[in-house]
Design a protein around this ligand. Structure first.
Ligand SMILES: [Fe+2]
Ligand SMILES: [Fe+2]
Length: 258
């Protein structure tokens, strides 16, 4: 068994359905490569931002919030304000200071803060590195980034997130696990249909995405402090519906193309 196959066992177990062949057929078309790469680029930044919002909202002190915002600025400048380029981003993936948990309040420091920060900071670092790698590939292939709209996928899950704590955080972490797991599954399924360079790159992403999925799940269990299988099953159904139902907006996480 290859390493990729091994990494995929828990992922395929976790997801309720596999990517439909119709999506793969669409994604492997040469003319769709620019949209796949542009959306992939945006997804890497969104993955990092999601993790950043989570630690800002739930775990870090005020100084650390500013350090986090500073870290993202050049990437957001590039994606949203067309400022900067690959060369400028080359050595930007650094934190200027350590990210610290909020000082204790009346209830004391939440027991999961440090773990949430540690896992999310590592995840952000990796997503921003992936962002750089995707951009590098786009530049090499002369594929410009001229904007991309968000698909229905993440929104379609986030609208089911509970509105009270800690359930809201638990749900957000479960949704994070699904997005990472699905990305991992799609990279693996699409890789063999792409040219050598992209094939290698997509396979190289599997290891970190598989770990991200596991980290989100572990955090969700830790924060909940109780069995969350029912909630996981609920989101598995929502996610599978988004992946397998018809979707006219072709994207990296879209449903079955029409
Ligand atoms: Fe990534
Ligand atoms: Fe990831």
């Amino acid at each position: 068994m290859t390493e990729a196959e091994q990494l995929l066992i828990p992922i395929l177990n976790f997801l309720s359905c596999e990517t439909p062949d119709s999506w793969i057929d669409e994604a492997k078309k040469k003319e769709n490569l620019p949209i796949i790469l542009r959306d992939h680029l945006a997804c890497e930044l969104k993955a990092g931002q999601t993790a950043m919002y989570l630690i800002r909202k739930y775990a870090v002190d005020k100084d650390s919030t500013n350090v986090l915002l500073e870290w993202f600025e050049p990437y957001e400048d590039f994606l949203y304000r067309k400022k900067g380029d690959l060369a400028l981003l080359a050595n930007k993936n650094n934190l200027s200071k350590a990210i610290l948990p909020k000082s204790s309040n009346a209830q004391g420091k939440s027991p999961f803060s440090q773990n949430l920060i540690d896992k999310m900071v590592l995840l952000i670092k990796e997503e921003l590195h992936h962002f750089y790698q995707v951009l590098e590939i786009m530049v090499k292939r002369d594929i410009p980034f001229d904007g991309i709209t968000a698909g229905r996928y993440a929104k379609g899950m986030l609208k089911h997130v509970k509105t009270f704590e800690p359930d809201a955080l638990v749900d957000k972490l479960i949704v994070g696990a699904f997005i990472e797991a699905r990305s991992c599954e799609r990279f693996a399924k699409l890789a063999p249909h792409l040219d050598d360079d992209l094939n290698k790159f997509y396979i190289s992403l599997l290891r970190s995405e598989a770990r991200h999925y596991q980290d989100y799940l572990t955090l969700a269990e830790q924060v909940a402090g109780k069995d969350i299988n029912e909630r996981i099953a609920y989101f598995a159904k929502v996610e599978a519906e988004l992946i397998s139902s018809p979707d006219e907006d072709f994207k990296f996480h879209s449903g079955s193309p029409i």
